[in-house]
Design a binder for this molecule. Structure first.
Ligand code: PEP
Ligand code: MN
Length: 357
């Protein structure tokens, strides 16, 4: 048991696949066998304890599912993992010789639960994959990593899963990816494996290829994708699961670009561009700093003349003037608006500081 624990970095891309939930022995074994025989999947997944939004829905088959998964492992040698949300899950999963456990998005938001899991995992060498929390709060994600490290889990046994974030508003995704948060997480933990979870980001089958490709373009180390022999009949996440056959088609489409670290010409070209970017960034922020000095001057003038900070008309005129140049600048209107709003807010803070002096 637990003899073929796979090195998270041994394969690139690392592909983890399997049903959202283990439902029946037949569904679990058949799905997993199809995935195993494809030769394209490195590790199997299935939820046996399911955190569901509402009670009285399917909450997982529990320990029985672990027996089915370890049966598949005996038949195929494939390593597998399940989601754990408390210490009891961890002890039970370890007793079946799981190769990996993952911490779900609903659990990463809860420091007590994460700590309990970390304590239960102490001394074990299973892989621990940490999904981003439901809320777009990178500190909770980083905090969960820190709790695992503090419990003595080796950094090479920890991986990150980007599954998107809850967002209040309309989106074409079930959990909008907010890629910049995952990129920041990579910056903080550059040696930790990062996997994309297009299934939970998309919530549908149509967008899976696009999101998988984006993960590959951002140099993710692999993907975790849900697959089910009969997706439409799945007891959870039916609309986002694909058959093993569809999964193979999808994986074939995704282009993984090599990290071209050997080629000197490439390195030189990259270095030159990065130098230019550093220089431009320095100039942008110097200019912003100068702009804030002028804002403070305006604050003085308004203070002396006893005028309010906000003058709506003036601000609208600025936004209109700049966004009307979007095309010439080759920048999206959305981007210009976001930047302008940030500048405006900082500007108001500077004026405020002066007026309250
Ligand atoms: C899952 O992987 O099936 C799952 C419940 O995911 P998440 O925690 O990302 O919602
Ligand atoms: Mn799921």
């Amino acid at each position: 048991m637990g003899t073929n624990r796979i090195d998270l970095k041994s394969r690139r891309p690392l592909i983890i696949a399997g049903p959202c939930s283990a439902e029946t022995e037949e569904q679990t074994v058949e799905t997993c066998l199809r995935l195993a025989e494809s030769g394209q999947v490195d590790m199997l997944r299935a939820g046996v304890w399911k955190p569901r939004t509402k009670p009285n829905t399917f909450e997982g088959v529990g320990e029985r599912g672990l027996a089915w998964l370890s049966k598949v492992k005996q038949m195929t040698g494939m390593p597998y993992g399940v989601e754990v949300a408390n210490a009891k899950h961890v002890y039970t999963a370890l007793s079946y010789g799981v190769d990996m456990v993952w911490i779900g998005a609903r659990t990463t938001v809860s420091p007590f639960s994460v700590q309990e899991i970390a304590d239960a995992l102490r001394g074990s060498d299973v892989k621990v994959l940490i999904k981003n929390p439901m809320s777009p709060d990178i500190e909770l994600w980083a905090g969960a990593v820190a709790r695992m490290l503090n419990a003595g889990i080796k950094p090479e046994n920890i991986g990150l899963i980007h599954r998107g974030f809850v967002y209040y508003g309309k989106s074409r995704f079930r959990n909008p990816p907010m890629w910049h948060l995952a990129i920041e997480m990579r910056r903080r933990f550059p040696d930790m494996v990062m996997l994309g979870d297009p299934s939970h980001i998309c919530g549908n089958r149509e967008l899976l290829a696009e999101v998988s490709q984006k993960a590959a373009d951002l140099s993710y180390d692999g993907l975790i994708i849900e697959s089910h022999i009969n997706p439409n009949q799945a007891w959870s996440d039916a609309s986002q699961q694909v058959t093993p056959g569809q999964l193979l088609d999808l994986l074939e489409q995704v282009k993984w670009r090599a990290d071209n670290v050997e080629n000197q010409e490439y390195l030189n070209a990259l270095d030159r561009c990065r130098g230019e970017i550093d220089q431009l960034d320095a100039e942008i922020f110097n200019l912003l700093s100068q702009r804030m000095t002028v804002s403070e001057e305006i604050g003085h003038i308004k203070k002396v003349n006893n005028v309010a900070i906000l003058q709506g008309g003036r601000w609208n005129a600025i936004v209109e003037r700049i966004t009307s140049q979007a095309q010439r600048l080759n920048l999206s209107e959305e981007f210009l608006q976001t930047v302008l709003e940030a500048i405006h807010l900082e500007s108001i803070n500077h004026q405020n500081k002066v007026m309250n002096e």
